[in-house]
Write a protein that binds this ligand. Structure first.
Ligand code: FAD
Length: 309
């Protein structure tokens, strides 16, 4: 910890670990600082991850950490509390001490802000999910509720209809579907329930339905919610990056390789790309890892030339 590193990776989820693997294999000195709270920790299994379909998410990350350590990388359980730029690179303050690095990659993920409905959060990752490509197949042909969060909700219900013919759009008092959208929903047998949901009901730990404000109960096996993605981007912003508005909220912008507007600082995964699933986050991390290594190569050339001048 007390040493100087080529690259400090903040966040040891799919994106951060993939970047670190690229970098340690490029013989870079890498430390990964990880709060050990990946976004998908609520889910017992992970899907649509080639070669690892059905694996518990924590097992994938444990395997990744071991791979990085086998090349001499260091993975530390630590929360990053602050960071600043220096002439040589970056100083990062963590719950386990201070580290110094030539480059920083931030891969701190995001938080899913769920609607405040009693019973909903307790089922998150099991009876309440959000990603149809991650969990749709497991609940195929079951009774699916789509909990609306305003515009875009009707389209989401249409998407989820791909996995089951029993889909109910719970508008939850939001402006979830206009007249045309309602016609489309009706045409595909998707019921629209126009009342606020006051409670998610469970029995023996399993989700069994949603209770509406008028006391009606809609029997369900699973609810697809649309949580608000909130990036864990405090470190990025502390180091000078700024959020810009996107269709999914305000996020820090990066180029194709993950470089931010701040020289020497990269970002990858959900912290800058809320729609990235595990394979996409891994791809972004791997791309950033390669780009960071090449950026260091260019610096090594400059330093070597200066030494011979
Ligand atoms: C319930 C659920 C189920 C999902 N299922 C699937 C699935 O089946 N298949 C799939 O492909 N995708 C799935 N996803 C999406 C998946 O979780 C994300 O694509 C993936 O986690 C993104 O990886 P990441 O590395 O960007 O962020 P994360 O995996 O969230 O990792 C970020 C890491 O950074 C750490 N961190 C944050 N702040 C700090 C700090 N200040 N200091 C140090 N460390 C910090 C966190 O503790 C965490 O370990 C699911 C998501 C949810 C919510």
């Amino acid at each position: 910890m007390d040493e100087s590193w080529d690259v400090v990776v903040v966040g040891g989820g799919s994106a951060g670990l993939s970047a670190a693997l690229m970098l340690v294999r490029a013989r870079r000195r890498v430390v990964v600082l990880d709060g050990a709270a990946p976004r998908n920790r609520f889910a017992p299994h992970m899907h649509a991850v080639l070669g690892h379909d059905g694996l518990p998410p924590t097992e994938l990350l444990a395997k990744g950490r071991a791979e990085i350590e086998s090349y001499g990388g260091v993975v530390v359980r630590a929360d990053v509390r602050g960071a600043r730029r220096t002439d040589e690179g970056f100083v990062v303050d963590t719950s386990a001490g201070r580290v110094v690095g030539r480059r920083v990659l931030v891969a701190t993920g995001l938080r899913d802000e769920l609607p405040d409905i009693p019973g909903l959060a307790e089922q998150w990752g099991r009876g309440v999910v959000s990603c149809p490509y991650c969990d749709g197949y497991e609940v195929r042909d079951r009774r699916i509720g789509v909990l609306a969060a305003g515009p875009g909700s009707a389209a989401r219900a249409q998407l989820i209809r791909q996995w089951s013919s029993s889909v109910v759009l719970l508008t939850h008092g939001t402006d979830a579907a206009d007249v045309d959208e309602r016609a489309g929903l009706e045409a595909r047998g998707i019921q629209v329930v126009d009342a606020p949901v006051v409670r998610v009901l469970t029995a023996d730990g399993r989700l069994v339905g949603a209770e509406l404000a008028d006391g009606t109960v809609v029997d369900l096996d699973v609810v697809f919610a649309m949580p608000r993605p909130v990036p864990n981007d405090e470190v990025l912003r502390q180091l000078g990056a700024q959020r810009t508005e996107s269709a999914h909220g305000a996020f820090v912008a990066v180029d194709e390789q993950g470089l931010t507007a701040v020289p020497g600082m990269w970002a990858a995964g959900n912290v800058v790309a809320p729609r990235a699933n595990v394979p996409v986050a891994m791809g972004a991390g791997a791309g950033a890892g390669g780009a960071i290594n090449y950026d260091l190569v260019l610096e090594d050339v400059r330093v070597a030339l200066a030494a011979t001048a």
